[in-house]
Ligand binder design. Structure first.
Ligand SMILES: [Zn+2]
Length: 222
């Protein structure tokens, strides 16, 4: 596994043209796209010893760098490692393109950078809510996905300490999306296919519309 992780880091570094920089934390790893079998296999759990190893600590640091500025979550299978690790961060700067009404509707608030490992998720399926979402591994595509509004996640952090996360709103959605990745599931498996849109058309037609409008529009489609 160690050699495998190092190989992934080297591939990531070379993809950025930094061949001598496999340990450089400023190097982004290459994100694998849908169709790659690694996105469809269940990721394996890590032992506490593995989590605390320099290799996994380095992998986590590189996942944080790779996600930074590009998305609100990144799961290890997305950089080619079938391990149960995900990094999550929802920066306030990402919210600037959204109106206050939409932020309120989505219950979207900044979430600090953190790591979840070996997560067990419990959904409150009595309260489901639909919104558009996308994925770094599915280029130029957004669609409406129904997800639980509240979740509870039991997992380990990057120090291999047990933590419990009670989340609602957009944070709960991010957790469900990332933990899906660790089970081999993509948002496309859950999407309302009639809502699928390119990024450009999402920005033009859908980004700032209340979800009730979106739902009404989609329900009218043949
Ligand atoms: Zn994703």
């Amino acid at each position: 596994m160690l050699e495998y992780i190092m190989a992934v880091m080297m591939i990531g570094a070379e993809a950025q043209g930094e061949k001598n920089c496999s340990w450089c934390t400023q190097t982004r790893l290459e994100i694998v796209e849908m169709g790659n079998p690694v996105l469809r296999q269940p990721a394996r759990e890590l032992s506490k010893e593995e989590i605390l190893s320099p290799e996994i600590q380095q992998l986590i640091e590189m996942m944080k760098v790779t996600m930074g500025g590009t998305g609100v979550g990144l799961a290890a299978p997305q950089i080619g490692c079938p391990l149960q690790i995900a990094v999550i961060e929802d920066r306030a700067e990402y919210h600037k393109a959204l109106s206050p009404e939409i932020l309120k509707e989505r219950e979207r608030v900044p979430v600090p950078l953190h790591v979840i490992i070996n997560p067990k998720i419990t959904l409150d399926e009595s309260d489901m809510i639909e919104f558009f979402e996308g994925c770094l591994s599915v280029d130029n595509c957004m669609g409406v996905v129904s997800r639980a509004r509240s979740v509870r996640v039991e997992c380990l952090n990057e120090k291999a300490e047990p933590i419990v996360i009670e989340a609602k709103g957009w944070y709960a959605r991010i957790l469900q999306h990332e933990i899906d990745h660790l089970r081999g599931t993509l948002f496309l498996d859950r999407v309302n296919t009639k809502s699928l849109t390119s990024m450009e058309n999402f920005d033009t037609y859908w980004r700032n519309r209340p979800i009730a409008d979106v739902r009404k529009e989609i329900s009218r489609l043949p």
